[in-house]
Design a protein around this ligand. Sequence first.
Ligand code: FMN
Length: 196
Amino acid sequence: MTRLDVLALSGSLRRGSLNTALLREAERLVPHLRFDHYDGLGALPHFNEDQEHPAPLAVTDLRRRVRDADAVLIATPEYNASIPGALKNGLDWLSRPAGDDGPALALKPVAVVGASPGPFGTVRAQLALRQVLHKMNAHVVQQPEFLLFQAHQQFGEDGRLPDGSPAQRLLSDVLDALARLAAPGARRHETAAAVR
Ligand SMILES: Cc1cc2nc3c(=O)[nH]c(=O)nc-3n(C[C@H](O)[C@H](O)[C@H](O)COP(=O)(O)O)c2cc1C
């Protein structure tokens, strides 16, 4: 199986994050995917058009890591029925072209997952995130969807999803779908560049 490089991006900044745990579980599940865990969202400056040229170093690093990856896996918390501000800020930086290059996430295969201790499992945050990624012209895995509700009860003390659990199987299916979308030669439909 082709080895693919995946940039794992957690929308949570906190140490005990359920969403970051989800990304660690994803890495353990699929050995043929090489994970680069990005944890710099909290260090990005607030997006400001006046500070785009030259781009801050932290932004250049994020863009490079997105470009170097074959695919991106985003785990988003739900804050007030949407995505956390830090994640939106990172996406706003990524939506902007850098030099002659287009936006780093444009045409990039992306999968979205999310975990919440609540009963809805980040469904509203994921809808909001998909809308942003659509505008950015990313290639987003549509099916299966992965929503982990009551997530604090689903992880074991080892920080893992139980082997063979429905959640673990579904996460594995999402990663398979992402790998298929990112595989060399995969047919991805290119849409016209977004109008700005
Ligand atoms: C400001 C704030 C708003 C929140 N709003 C929601 C919400 O709308 N829906 C939800 O399911 N959980 C909500 N939560 C709870 C988060 O789902 C919970 O804190 C979760 O653990 C955050 O993800 P993390 O564990 O990856 O940090 C909110 C938490 C915070 C701090």
